[in-house]
Design a protein around this ligand. Sequence first.
Ligand SMILES: Nc1ncnc2c1ncn2[C@@H]1O[C@H](COP(=O)(O)OP(=O)(O)OP(=O)(O)O)[C@@H](O)[C@H]1O
Length: 291
Amino acid sequence: MTAAMKNEVLELETKITSHEAYGTAYKWSPRDFELGSALGQGKFGHVHVAREKKTGFLVAIKTLFKSQIVKSKCERQVMREIEIQSHLKHPNILRLLTWFHDERRIYLVVEFAAGGELYKHLTNSPKGRFPEPRAAKYIYQVADAVEYCHQHHVIHRDIKPENILVAFNGDLKLADFGWSVHAPSERRKTMCGTLDYLPPEMVKREVYDVTVDHWCIGVLLYEFLVGKPPFESEGQDKTYQRIVTLDMSFPDHVPEGAKDLISKLLRPTSKERLSLDGVKKHFWVQQFQSA
Ligand SMILES: Nc1ncnc2c1ncn2[C@@H]1O[C@H](COP(=O)(O)OP(=O)(O)OP(=O)(O)O)[C@@H](O)[C@H]1O
């Protein structure tokens, strides 16, 4: 993206978030957006690409039906997701630009990630895995985004390829804060997240802290390079068993540097896990940063 384009995007983004184009008291409504094609189906409604009429700025609009939220007793979870996401401003975190609601629906106006789900990029790659430089670049961006979350006392808790989107310039955008929490020093486990990405302390329903995300980044990197997560098994019990005993192995093609990094993240106890700054500075990640 050229500097001029970057400025333009920034300017339009500011207009939308500050309501500058309309004045600060402006109340957004669906009439301000021209709805385009469907991007996907969410739990409580649909996601569409849309154009803000006055600025022409492309966004994604996620519509949530209030009745469905109430029926699933997810009011608090949805409000927490909105609350958390509206405060996070980082280049690798999907921006919630603004939101509004009417009698039946909540509309979330979010940054448009033209590349779609990272999961699809992974499955469409040759052999279902990413080449080393791409995996290293991605893991740096995820580590940077998650480090920012932790600095703002937010634990994501559900990092996986399905919850990461790709922007039009190829940068990653961490999304789906549905399971994230404001992090006190320690929390007691509530069962959530994908089995394959659960750390041992969550499997054992013990207290956990921000380093659950460090573990997930280790699983993510393994999946980037191997094409499947390290503890994937036939049944749920077997997956749990493999997680708590750290029963994993690397195929021959995984480079030594990446093995070293994954092993430093997939450690049984939280204190042993490499810091996120350590991930960004790891020699295997660093060697691809200028590439
Ligand atoms: N900002 C966006 N830009 C591009 N595509 C998007 C965007 N937001 C969502 N999508 C697409 O719409 C799909 C559904 O959205 P999303 O995952 O946010 O819904 P959800 O309610 O969280 O569903 P689930 O939790 O089941 O994934 C995504 O998988 C993605 O393909």
